[in-house]
Structure formats: structure tokens, C-alpha cells
Ligand binder design. Structure first.
Ligand SMILES: Cc1cc2nc3c(=O)[nH]c(=O)nc-3n(C[C@H](O)[C@H](O)[C@H](O)COP(=O)(O)O)c2cc1C
Length: 394
């Protein structure tokens, strides 16, 4: 255990228990301030970063110094982009940004489920809008790839979703290294219905027409999709020449949670709307990564995200087929040294397995297993009626 885990984390968790969103906003503001004082970057970098050629990869035309990225939702407005590389990340995804600025859902909307190493959020894409982000990122140079995660504005009807994504992409297409079509947040009404092949196809068609400089475009999917729906998305990824798939967003499932009551509201997690992140989503997201890797014979890059806290979790996702991984909830719980610890652990795993680079580990475990039949589909009815409390209210 390091000093952060022994002393600072318990203190921070206690101080911020009642209002984790305040803790989050303060962290992002502080990081923004640190970004502006570039003098602080060097010492920070030395203690938090791990540079090793074995961790580097060149994927979809971009160089990733290591495979651990910051997941979307932490830096929603891209206010701290210069600092993420100095904190050890190999890439960072900003957003979700929407074309129209919007306040998100009423507070409280972010809860820690400490017993479960999890969080429950229903932020609802609070952000300053695509034009604001474009103005901020326009002339910035970054040491690591920066992805921009796009969502649908709440005021835009679902039928006009494709145009809404296009309007954001037009403003931002020269500001990011890769782009993500986020159709998987549970906190914007109807958003996940855009994962249906026809709706998603319409969005991807428009974006690729506009994509004159051939920026890599990803789709980020929900862990609660049926296998057939994931297979449809794989087909779309091929049709529209996507760079890859990000698996996964938060889950609307509530099974096997230890937390009985959320302190801030006095209600159980089953009574609170929103998506669960962290340990409870880990296995399902790994299962989906493995499925996509198998179905595509490893031909479509995968960014794996969901419940990564340790090097074991990271190794599991990479050997299941993820070329890159992202962290959010784990980073909150484990603190800023987590990235370096994971990278150190991954180097150890490479040595144990006699591998020379992280790219050799991608899909290793899948290649070694005999092919399995497609798991049974999860019934759509059980997803909608059992796992999504208060869904109508969001
Ligand atoms: C507070 C919070 C806000 C999030 N906001 C977004 C978002 O705006 N866009 C998005 O694509 N994912 C968002 N996510 C999902 C994460 O990017 C990630 O997919 C998910 O949390 C699983 O990873 P984790 O278990 O490491 O947290 C959010 C997650 C949390 C906890």
C-alpha cells in the first residue's frame, strides 16, 4: 500500500462522501489549474509515468505510448487535456460533449457504492457544448492522443439525432485525434435506442461523409446489449469503416450489489436511476470484448473499459482482445498512482509470458481457447423491466 491508499484516500473518501460530484469538480478544476502551470508537469510526470517501448502501440494511425487511457465522462469539457499525459495516461477521451450546452440532470446525480467498488451516476451529459470545446482545444498540442466523445443533445428529438451528432463533429473534427459516437449512456432518454442498426447506420453515414481527413471513429456500446445487437454493430463497424468499438459504458443492471442503502438519498440502488460503473460491470464488459474479438477474428480494434482497478483486470481485458483499455471508477478509488502500477504490472505479465510487446498480448487468452458457441441472448424485456428503475424519469 502506498501513502495515497493508506492515508490520503480514506481521508478524501470521508471528506467527500456526502458530495462526490463536488470532489470530482474540484479535482478537474485543480487539474485544469495544474495544466496552466506547465512548470509543475515535469516532477508530476516523473512520479506518475512509466515510459517503456514494450507498452507502445501504433493503432489506426496514432501512436499510443501505453495502453491505459482515461475514459469519457471525467473531463467532459476538455478543460484539462494537457495534464492527462503527465498523469501517466497513454491517451484520454474527453466529453461526452453535445452540440447544445446543457446542465444535465438535477443533483444529486453521482453516488459512490463503496461496498461494491462502484459508482452510480445519472449525470445526463452536463457540458458546455461543442462550440465551447472546439474553441478550447483548437490550437492545443498534446503529448498523447485525445479522443472526443460525442452525444446527442437532450433537446434534439431522436429522429434528428444524426444531424445533431454531425453538427458537433463539424465543429470538432479538427480538434481531436479520434472520435466516439456515444449511443450507450443510460441517462439521456432514448439514447440507447440509437444502438439499433438503422439509427446508428444513419449517424455513421453522415459522420463518414463529413470525415474528410479520415479521423478514426468509434462506437461506444452498452454492456446490456443482446448478442444479436452487438453482432449488428460489428457489421456496421465494417460497413462504415469504423476504427473500432469501445466496450463498455455503465450498466443499468442492479444484480448482486452489496450496497443496500445510498447514504445521500436513503434509497436502495434499485430505486435510483442511472448507470453503475466499476467492479460490477467488469465481467460483462470483458465478456463483450471477448465476443467482439472472436467474431471479428481480432480484425476490429477494441477499447476495453469497465471495472479495471488492477493489472490483473487490465491483463484480463487485453488478453480477451482489447488493444487499449480505459479507466474511470478505478482511478477514483485507487488514486493517481494507479496507472503507473497497472503499467508496471503489465510489464511483469509480458515477462512472465515471454512476450516482447503489449500488442502480442492482445487476444492471447481467446486464441488459446477452443471456439465457444454464442452465449444465449439476454431477453430485451428483462433488460427494460427489471434492470432500469425509474427509467422514465430521465
Ligand atoms: C460519473 C461518470 C460519468 C460518466 N460520463 C460518461 C460520459 O459522459 N460519456 C461516456 O461515454 N461514458 C461516461 N461514463 C462511463 C465511463 O466512461 C466508463 O465507460 C464506465 O464508467 C465503465 O468504466 P469504469 O468501470 O472504469 O468506470 C461515465 C462514468 C462515470 C462513473
Amino acid at each position: 500500500m502506498n501513502i495515497y491508499q493508506l492515508a490520503i484516500r480514506p481521508l478524501l473518501l470521508n471528506l467527500t462522501k456526502k458530495n462526490p460530484e463536488w470532489a470530482h469538480t474540484t479535482t478537474v478544476r485543480s487539474l485544469n489549474w495544474l495544466s496552466s502551470k506547465s512548470l509543475l508537469n515535469k516532477p508530476l510526470r516523473q512520479s506518475l509515468c512509466l515510459d517503456d517501448a514494450r507498452l507502445e502501440q501504433n493503432l489506426f494511425g496514432l501512436r499510443f505510448p501505453n495502453p491505459v487511457g482515461l475514459a469519457a465522462g471525467f473531463d467532459k469539457d476538455g478543460v484539462a487535456t494537457p495534464i492527462w499525459g503527465s498523469l501517466g495516461f497513454g491517451f484520454a477521451e474527453v466529453g461526452t460533449v453535445t452540440f447544445h450546452a446543457q446542465p444535465g440532470n438535477p443533483r444529486p446525480r453521482l453516488f459512490r457504492l463503496e461496498l461494491d467498488n462502484a459508482a452510480l451516476n445519472r449525470m445526463g451529459f452536463n457540458n458546455l457544448g461543442a462550440a465551447d470545446m472546439a474553441a478550447r482545444l483548437k490550437d492545443l498540442q498534446h503529448s498523447i492522443p485525445i479522443g472526443i466523445n460525442l452525444g446527442k443533445s437532450k433537446v434534439t428529438p431522436l429522429e434528428e439525432a444524426a444531424k445533431d451528432y454531425l453538427d458537433s463533429f463539424r465543429l470538432l473534427k479538427n480538434c481531436g485525434d479520434y472520435f466516439v459516437v456515444n449511443v450507450s449512456s443510460p441517462n439521456t432518454p432514448g439514447l440507447r435506442s440509437l444502438q439499433d442498426a438503422s439509427m446508428l447506420g444513419a449517424i455513421l453515414e453522415l459522420l463518414q461523409q463529413e470525415n474528410d481527413s479520415h479521423k478514426p471513429i468509434f462506437v461506444k456500446i452498452a454492456p446490456d446489449l443482446e448478442w444479436e445487437a452487438i453482432a449488428d454493430i460489428i457489421t456496421l463497424a465494417k460497413t462504415y469503416q469504423l476504427a473500432g468499438i469501445i466496450a463498455t459504458n455503465t450498466t443499468i443492471r442492479r444484480d448482486n450489489l452489496k450496497t443496500q442503502v445510498i447514504e445521500q438519498t436513503g434509497k436502495s440502488p434499485t430505486e435510483e436511476a442511472g448507470g453503475i460503473s466499476g467492479a460490477p460491470v467488469r465481467d460483462r464488459s470483458t465478456e463483450i470484448i471477448r465476443y467482439i474479438y472472436r467474431q471479428t477474428q481480432g480484425q476490429i480494434p477494441i477499447i476495453g473499459v469497465g471495472g479495471i482497478f488492477t493489472e490483473e483486470d487490465a491483463w484480463e481485458k487485453i488478453t480477451a482482445g482489447a488493444n487499449l483499455i480505459q479507466v474511470y471508477t478505478g482511478w477514483i478509488y485507487e488514486g493517481p498512482w494507479m496507472v503507473r502500477r497497472i503499467l508496471q504490472g503489465l510489464l511483469g505479465k509480458l515477462e512472465e509470458n515471454g512476450l516482447n510487446s503489449i500488442s502480442e498480448a492482445v487476444g492471447l487468452e481467446v486464441a488459446l481457447l477452443p471456439p465457444k458457441s454464442t452465449p444465449h441472448a439476454i431477453s430485451r424485456q428483462s433488460q427494460e423491466t427489471q434492470w432500469l428503475p425509474n427509467s422514465g424519469g430521465l
